[in-house]
Design a protein around this ligand. Structure first.
Ligand code: ITT
Ligand code: NA
Length: 198
């Protein structure tokens, strides 16, 4: 069985593949790079779920495969849930992870530890060529550190300290992160669904 993950983010694809593999599921997950380029939809929705369905719908149509899309991001309490669906390109159209992390630290400058709460959220949408539509959600609560630490993971991981821990999610091993992450939770629910089909 082969499914396509509608993403251009190689780190995200690697995490999803690794979580599916850890479940012992014999499903091959292809990224968009394995397919001829198609016009990707603009992420115009205001919710993670809406954007995940935009991406999965386009990928199912273009590839003829069951398509899943992960729309995810960081919601910071003190910033009323920002950057949220804008997490990937918060600091500007051509920004990288470092720019986004610098902006986050600047936005929270002077904000005390008690008000630095945040969560990562993930909506994983599935669209099959025959029109079936499903979505699974996951979240990981925590807080934003005063300085980056760690080199694992991607995105805002160096600044995010998961609840109950004293290290950032970029200091966790892959297995440790997957066991508690927003993506791990959503992908394992998807895997349960696939198992229920067979
Ligand atoms: P695709 O839309 O092509 O999948 P993207 O990176 O643009 O790739 P999103 O729109 O879903 O994907 O934005 C997700 C962003 O949220 C991502 O670029 C990171 O900045 C952040 N993010 C999501 N999950 C994360 C994680 O596990 N660790 C750190 N940052 C994460
Ligand atoms: Na998005």
């Amino acid at each position: 069985e082969r499914i396509v993950l509608a993403t251009n983010n190689p780190k995200k694809l690697a995490e999803l593949r690794r979580i599916v593999a850890a479940c012992g599921l014999a499903v091959e997950v292809s990224g968009l790079r394995d397919f001829p380029a198609y016009p990707e939809p603009e992420e115009t929705e205001r919710t993670f779920e809406g954007n995940a369905f935009l991406k999965a719908t386009a990928a199912a149509r273009e590839t003829g495969l069951v398509a899943v899309a992960d729309d995810s991001g960081l919601a910071v309490d003190e910033l009323n849930g920002m950057p949220g669906v804008r997490s990937a390109r918060w600091a500007g159209p051509a920004c990288d992870d470092e720019d986004n992390n610098a902006l986050l630290l600047a936005q929270l400058d002077g904000v005390p530890p008690s008000r630095r709460g945040a969560r990562f959220v993930c909506a994983l949408a599935m669209v099959s060529p025959d029109g079936e539509r499903r979505v699974w959600h996951g979240s990981m609560p925590g807080h934003i550190a005063e300085a980056p630490a760690g080199v694992n993971g991607f995105g805002y991981d160096p600044l995010f300290v998961p609840a109950g821990l004293s290290v950032s999610s970029a200091e966790l091993t892959a297995e440790e992160k997957d066991s508690i992450s927003h993506r791990g939770i959503a992908v394992r629910a998807f895997v349960d669904y696939l198992r229920g089909l067979s």
